[in-house]
Design a protein around this ligand. Structure first.
Ligand code: ATP
Length: 130
């Protein structure tokens, strides 16, 4: 399906958007090392949550943080590809755009780690030291 199908409506268009999102997801997983690292964490964290039997409200926060982290990494890749489309030569604004997008991932990552410590710290402490 090409760009001319943009005016399509209904279920077919919805299905089409899922298929394209799938292409995007496959690309990021295949080529972005950071995404692969995030995915490993996205498997380990729920496994730990299950093991430690954390409460439902902590599950909700955890899932929100994992979804946010993965989505932000995907958006970061979109920014990188868009910048590369504009120029593969060195350009200070290209650097600025990529570094700012990377900073967004970094800031979220720092808060994700803090939330992870707050969620997993107390039950781990109880498990090992009491
Ligand atoms: N066209 C460009 N002009 C100037 N600086 C750039 C350009 N492309 C990338 N950079 C900068 O070079 C550094 C490394 O970028 P590189 O392309 O290796 O990784 P990335 O595309 O930013 O991220 P990733 O490795 O996750 O794909 C970053 O500081 C980035 O901002």
């Amino acid at each position: 399906m090409g760009l001319s199908d943009r005016n399509q409506k209904g279920f077919k268009r919805l299905l089409r958007s899922f298929v394209f999102a799938g292409y995007g997801l496959k690309h990021v997983i295949k080529y972005e090392q950071n995404m692969q690292i995030h995915l490993v964490c996205a498997v380990i964290a729920p496994a730990m949550a299950w093991w430690l039997r954390i409460p439902l409200e902590h599950w909700l926060v955890l899932l929100l943080v994992i979804g946010g982290m993965l989505s932000l990494e995907i958006m970061n890749t979109a920014v990188e590809r868009t910048v590369d489309l504009y120029t593969e030569e060195f350009h200070p604004l290209a650097k600025r755009a990529k570094d700012v997008a990377a900073a967004a991932v970094f800031v979220y990552g720092v808060f994700a780690v803090i939330i992870g410590l707050l969620i997993f710290g107390p039950p781990l402490f109880t498990l090992f030291f009491s």
